[in-house]
Write a protein that binds this ligand. Structure first.
Ligand code: GTS
Length: 224
């Protein structure tokens, strides 16, 4: 090994990743879980609602919204694009399947997670008092689709036999839904054991038990 190589292996790597977001789980807990499970470090740049309201930061964001994700001097917006970037970069065989077809299926699964997230977010922010009961009543229709997908795929994950970025997204959604409606997985044994199995992965378990995770509210308006 050349001396430069030796010096590099001895240098402690500082976290190159910075997540700029409000002090909530929201759209960032999936990427935080992915990073934690992949043994990565990152820095949190928490933005208060008062700072955000001043408008200076918003004006610098490409779409006027957070999260913002930085990898050194590379900046990204849009939470799902950030997940896909991290999926390409991390994982022993990446978090994006073993070939283009699996990658497309993983994107399809993530799009379905996004559909459910949007329904959830709309209810939480726009219709919590009147719409929560109705939302919970309709939830089995969405959950049953994921139950079938996981039952059909014998690999234990949404696609193939190894975790993908979409699994972190689904796990985050299911954890949030168990807070919204604690018994919501009782009639979905496959989803229930999937949540238990993924939550028990040592690095995810440590993350879920961390003060950082526990102290962050799920949503910005205090509803959950
Ligand atoms: N499609 C975007 C993504 O996935 O990143 C949506 C981002 C978004 O809606 N951001 C909200 C925001 O910046 C915060 S949150 O909904 O993720 O909590 N809101 C402030 C604003 O001024 O729009």
């Amino acid at each position: 090994m050349c001396s430069v190589g030796r010096r590099q292996t001895r240098t402690k790597k500082m976290p190159a990743y910075v997540i700029t977001y409000f002090a909530v789980r929201g759209r960032c807990e999936t990427m935080r879980m992915l990073l934690a499970d992949q043994g990565q470090e990152w820095k949190e740049n928490e933005v208060t609602f008062d700072t955000w309201k001043k408008g200076d930061l918003k004006a610098t964001c490409v779409f006027g919204q957070l999260p913002k994700f930085e990898d050194g001097d590379f900046t990204l917006y849009q939470s799902n694009a950030i997940l896909r970037y991290l999926a390409r970069v991390h994982g022993k065989r990446r978090l994006y399947g073993k070939d283009d077809k699996q990658a497309a299926l993983i994107d399809m699964m993530n799009d379905s997670c996004e559909d459910l997230r949007l329904k959830y977010v709309r209810m939480i922010y726009q219709d919590y008092e009147n719409g929560k009961a109705k939302y919970i009543e309709a939830l089995p229709s969405d959950l049953s689709k994921f139950e079938k997908i996981l039952s059909d795929n014998k690999g234990g994950f949404l696609v193939g036999g190894q975790i993908s970025y979409a699994d972190y997204h689904l796990l985050d959604l299911l954890l949030n839904h168990q807070v919204l409606s604690p018994g919501c997985l009782d009639s979905f044994p496959v989803l229930k054991s999937y949540v238990a199995r993924l939550s028990a992965r040592p690095k995810i378990k440590a993350f879920l038990e961390s003060d950082a995770h526990k102290s962050r509210p799920i949503n910005g308006n205090g509803k959950q």
